[in-house]
Design a protein around this ligand. Structure first.
Ligand SMILES: Nc1nc2c(ncn2[C@@H]2O[C@H](COP(=O)(O)OP(=O)(O)OP(=O)(O)O)[C@@H](O)[C@H]2O)c(=O)[nH]1
Ligand SMILES: [Mg+2]
Length: 280
């Protein structure tokens, strides 16, 4: 069955979210995403340019869409990075416990995200973020970042949580996503341990898409399901902007604020640079 059928079951805009994963190279961003989506881990290192993933859920009768942007640690294209700050609804900032510089980058990243959001006045509040101190399985003798130091910093910042994780040992990965979803007021069932992972073509998913009961007498319709779209393509810059603007307008209406500059105008200095490097 072709992958586009996953999207036939379209989620309403209010149920669509983009999660952006940021941090320096080799801290384990891709490993965390891979654990979350596929419960897989690979010791081999392959640098990421930018990876896009999509997971669809059926939770309590509603369809949700979670797009995940796994970014490059060396950010070869600054415009791509800025776009990821602007279009992200929630963020995971990753450092490695054996690399202090990677923690300093997390602190800088948080400031840059807040500055980007403020620059186009689309969001009033800080977006939900979680800090992942990854590679917590490494020997204590190699540790450069103390848990207490990070916990102290995080306790002073808004809408931000912190956990040490190990993608390698599957340590705290479920908790990382669950805490972030709670912070963002998303359904907790989106976290890996609280829904059944199915694949496209699974009868329960196909039935859920059509809004019909797969189970006898519809009794188990409420079982949360999640499916990873195997060939999801990163939306174009244009679709990113349209979606981000629609969300911004929605938030603006909710906050009853006066007119705001559009995201597209905030990005215009970067647009030509971005076009030349769009990952499709
Ligand atoms: N010991 C240990 N190694 C890990 C862990 N997570 C990732 N690694 C390893 O660290 C290396 C880098 O992991 P990646 O997930 O590719 O790092 P990344 O942050 O995505 O790197 P870029 O894509 O270059 O930005 C790989 O060899 C992984 O196997 C972990 O929790 N513990
Ligand atoms: Mg990577």
């Amino acid at each position: 069955m072709s992958s586009h059928l996953v999207d036939e079951c379209a989620a309403p805009p209010k149920n669509c979210f983009r999660l952006v994963v940021l941090g320096t190279a080799r801290v384990g961003k891709t490993a965390i995403v891979s654990r979350f989506l596929f419960n897989q881990y690979d010791d081999q290192y392959t640098p990421t340019i930018e990876d896009f993933h999509r997971k669809m859920y059926r939770i309590r009768g509603e369809v949700y869409r979670l797009d995940i942007l796994d970014t490059s640690g060396v950010h070869p294209f600054p415009a791509m990075r800025r776009l990821s700050f602007l279009t992200g609804d929630l963020f995971i900032l990753v450092y490695s416990v054996d690399n202090y510089e990677s923690y300093m980058e997390v602190m800088r990243l948080r400031e840059q995200i807040l500055e980007s959001k403020a620059s186009c006045k689309t969001r009033t509040a800080a977006p939900p973020m979680i800090i992942a101190g990854n590679k917590a399985d490494r020997p204590e003798t190699e540790r450069e970042v103390l848990y207490d130091e990070v916990a102290k910093w995080v306790s002073t910042v808004k809408k931000c949580a912190f956990l040490e994780t190990s993608a390698k040992k599957n340590g705290n990965i479920n908790e990382l996503f669950q805490t972030l979803f709670e912070l963002a007021k998303l359904p907790p069932e989106m976290s890996p341990s609280l829904h059944r992972r199915v694949s496209i073509g699974d009868q329960a998913w196909e039935a859920a898409k059509k809004g019909i009961s797969f189970y006898p007498r519809g009794k188990q319709d409420d079982n949360p399901l999640g499916v990873v779209s195997p060939h999801a393509r990163r939306p174009s810059l244009r679709s990113d902007l349209i979606e981000a603007e629609a969300k911004a307008e929605q938030e603006q209406r909710r906050a009853e604020k006066p007119s705001i500059p559009k995201i597209s105008s905030a990005l215009s200095p970067y647009r030509s640079q971005y076009r030349s490097c769009t990952c499709q």
